[in-house]
Design a protein around this ligand. Sequence first.
Ligand code: AMP
Ligand code: MG
Length: 324
Amino acid sequence: MQSGSETKIRPAEAASLREAAEILRSGGLVAFPTETVYGLGADATDDAAVAGIFAAKDRPRFNPLIVHFTDTAAAAREAVFDARAEAVAGRFWPGPLTLVLPRRHDSRLSLLCSAGLDTQAVRVPAHTLAHDLLAETGRPLAAPSANASGRISPTRAAHVAESLAGRVPLILDGGDCAVGLESTVLDLSTEKPAILRPGAVTAEDLTDLLGPLTPPQSSSGAVKAPGMLSSHYAPTKPLRLHAESAAADEALLAFGPAAPSGAAVAVNLSPSGDLAEAAARLFSALRELDESAAAGIAAMTIPEQGLGIAINDRLRRAAAPREG
Ligand code: AMP
Ligand code: MG
C-alpha cells in the first residue's frame, strides 16, 4: 500500500482474521501478534509481498526474514531438518524459538526471505491468533518485528500503529505479547549449533538436546545474523546501563525492590525481581521512558541469568552507539 493510506486496528475475531487472510493472499501486509512481539506478515511465497515488508520497515535487504508456519511438517517442506532440528522443534515448538536451517532446493519461499544466504530462518509460533491466521491464510508468512528497522519492537497493537501507520492496511490486536522479547535464534545450519540471538528459550534449555552451546557472538565479531547490528532496538534518547542512581533529568528503568528515587520519571520492570515479568514489560517501558521529557534513560542492572541474558542483550543494543 502507499505510505499515507489508512491503517485499521481490528480485534482478533473470526471476521478480522478472514479479512487479514484475504489481504495476505492478495499480496498485502498484515501486522499480527505472536507470543514474542508483533510481526509484520506477508505471504512468504510471493516476492512482491515480501519486498513490501522490506519497504514498509526500511529494512536493509541483507537482513533475512523469519518465516512462520502452522506446524513442523509445513516448515520441513521449505528447510532441511536434521535429527538435531527435529529434536529441538519437537521440544520447543510451537514457541519462541527460531531455527536457522539449510534452505531446501525445492523450497517455494521467496529468495528474498533468505537475503542471499543458503539458509532459512523458520518458526512455529505459539500464539493462538498467529496460528489461526497462518491456517486461515494457508501460506507460510514471513514476519519480522512490526517496527521501523532499528527501532524498538512492538509488544502491543498501538506500538505497531506508532511505527507503521499508513504503511500497513491492517493490524490485528491480540493485546500484550506474553514473552515480550524477540525469539531466540538458533543456528543449526552448521555442525556446531550457535545461538545468534538470545531469547526466552535459553542456552541452558537447549543444552541437554545439543550439548554446550557457543555463546552469542560479541557485536564486534563477523555478523552471522545480519540483523544483529550492535545498535538495534534503539530508543531515541541515550541509554545508560548499570545505573545505581538517576539524575533529576533522567528517566529510570528500574528492576527489583531497591529502586533509587530522584529520577524525573521511573518505570519498574518488576518490583519483585521477576525476569519473565521484566522481559514482557521491557519494550513498552523503553517506549514510555523514551516519550518522557527526560534527557536520557538510566537502566539498573538486570541479573545475567536465564531470561536476563536476553534482556541484557536488548539493553546493550539499545545503549550502543548508533550505526548509521
Ligand atoms: P526480526 O524478525 O526482525 O526479529 O529479525 C530476525 C532475526 O533473525 C534477525 O536478527 C536476522 O538477521 C536473523 N535471521 C533471519 N534469517 C536468518 C538466516 N537465514 N541466517 C541467520 N540469521 C537470520
Ligand atoms: Mg526486528
